[in-house]
Design a protein around this ligand. Sequence first.
Ligand SMILES: [Zn+2]
Length: 437
Amino acid sequence: MKNELVCVECGRAYPVLSGRVKCACGGQLVPTPPEKLGRVNAPGIWSWANALATAVFKSRATLYEGNTPLIRASRLAEELNLREVYLKDESRNPSGTFIDRGSATLVTAAKSLRLTRLVAASLGDLGVSVATYSRRVGLRCKVVMPSYTTPVKAYQTAMLADSVEYVESYKESLSKAWKYGSAPANMPVTPQNPFLLDGYRTLAMEILTDLSTKRPGVVLVPVGDGALAYATIQIVSKFSPNTTVIGVRASSKSPLLKDVAVDRPLFADLLKELMDCSGGYMIEVGEDDVVSALKLLAKCEGMLTELTGATAVAALIKLSDDLRGTSPIVSIISGGPARDPAVLRMVVSEGHPRYLTRIGFTKMKILEILALQGPLHPYAVWKILKGEYGVNVSLRSIYQHFSELSEMRLVEGTEEREGRRRRKVFRITDEGLSLIR
Ligand SMILES: [Zn+2]
């Protein structure tokens, strides 16, 4: 096993010990593919130590991630008229997603390289996972996330990270993570970090070995930025070249899937190149598809998953006619069990996703501030958000939040006279109060 990171653009190789996260040419660094797959007796993903680039570090972090079950889903297969379907249940990981596999290799490297702080850009799950593992080994962790993040992920991150900054967009969180993370003794953590990719590869290693001598016909992988799909294709194309990898994107137009959907995956070009060579392809799913998947998983297999974790199963349903002759099929489930009452209510009451109001972190905070402090002008709320909660967004976008909250009837504006000036102050409505209680 060569413990090296190689640039996909120019081919230059760096030893893992260099701690490089990007090539000098600016290209993506990836760990070299392992020569063979074999397990050793070690906890968590470190049972794959022989195949991991970061195994060069001897003090290894783990929370017993990985080794998730590959569950035969016979009733789901029957319902979809397919022969053999398996669900690789990544929700069993410590923080509920496959990202924990990468966080284990990432913090192991960072700690061994004597870094002191990680700076992660996150839509939700990545920040939670990296902060979890940072705490585990005593590294500091800052998370930069868009202010529209769902409150559950925002509060979990607040519990685990040393500091959180909320910005306007995912793009801004990526550039800030690179900027802050490039300081001495820091490391930027974006989906492109090769130390994350290293651990991600163990998911495909498990899928291939769990089926013993059989090889999957198709593996359906969720795609946010595409790092997991990249890591999966690297392993599958080497050890099971006849397996087709299908990448599943969540529609970025869907507010319910905003924690996993990105406009343009960071790995888009690399994935396209790899898939063109290997016969794989991408498919997009929307809210309705994912809600159907959630219902079918509960009905056939007794499994409850978060909406964002069921995208690959949604694709399986969508493609079931095309996949009729393919066997076995493996679909990855990621994300924890469904706990969000708004989502569960919608699914149970057969409501259409369109009617579901999903409030992001900033709106939730605005409601909380109004509930605590009484009627306020948006400018005053903006200052509180900035000063007390690290919400670093423009005044304009706060006005936009207020106008959307008014439309949803969660706040109510009244004109106030101050000398000759008129201004609008907002108070929270009973409906708004019921949301935050
Ligand atoms: Zn390069």
